[in-house]
Design a protein around this ligand. Sequence first.
Ligand SMILES: [Zn+2]
Length: 258
Amino acid sequence: MSIDTHCHLNFEQYQNDRLDVFMRARESGLQYFINVGIDEVTSKEAIALAAKETDVYATVGLHPHSADQGQMPLYDRLESLMASKKVVAVGEIGLDYFKSEAMPQTQQKVFRNMLGLAGKARLPVVVHSRNAFKDTLAILRETKERFKDLKAVFHCFSYDKDCLQEALDEGFFVSFTGNVTFPTAHPIKASARHVPMDRFMLETDSPYLAPQPVRGKRNEPSFIHHQAECIADLKGCSLSEVIKATTENAIKFFGLPS
Ligand SMILES: [Zn+2]
C-alpha cells in the first residue's frame, strides 16, 4: 500500500468526479492521502475532506504564492485550524523566487511565522521551495534552534544532489512528484538515486505534475506508481521495496495510524 503525501483533491479540477478519483486510487493500492492546504480557504476544505473520507488527512498552510495575505488575524485563524482533527502537518509553506509575486522579504516573514506556529503546535512541516534553496535551508536551520525536534519535508524536490545532501545533513526529508519521470530531469533523477531509502516519500501534487506516460493531463493519486517505478529503476531496487520504504517513512513522519 502506498501513501500520496501531497495532493490537492479539494481543488475544483475534481468537482465532477472526485469519488471516481478516490475509487481509482484505492483500487490501485493507495492507503492514505495527505490533502495539502495552500491558504485559509483550501486548508478548511482539506479539513472538511478529511472529516468525510477516513483515509484522508489534512494540512494547514500558507503558500508563498499567497504570502501577501499574511496578516496578524489570519495567523490566529490558521493556528486554530491547526488544532482541528486529522491535521497532521503545517504546509505548504516556504519560498518561491521563481513564480511568486510576493517579495522575497514578505515570503520569508510568512515562512518564519508559519514555522513558529508549526513549532508551537509540534507539527511537521511541508515545504515548498523553488529557486530559493539557500534561504529555505537557512530559515529552517534557524527554526530548528528554537524547536529542536522540527521535522520538515521538501515537497516536489527539484534541486540537485548537493542541495539534497545539505537537506539530509539537517535531518530533513524530501518527496518526489511526477517530474522525476521527465526525461530531461537529470538533477532530480540524480537526487532520487542518491537519497537513502529511509529519507524520502512519494507524492503526486495532484492535480499538477502528472508523470511521464500521462504528462500534461490532470494528475491523480492512482498515477503515483509511475514515479515509484521510475525511482525503483533509478535506485536499482524493486517497486515493492520503494513502496514499502516510502509508506513506512510517511507513517512515521506524519504520525499516521499503521
Ligand atoms: Zn502542492
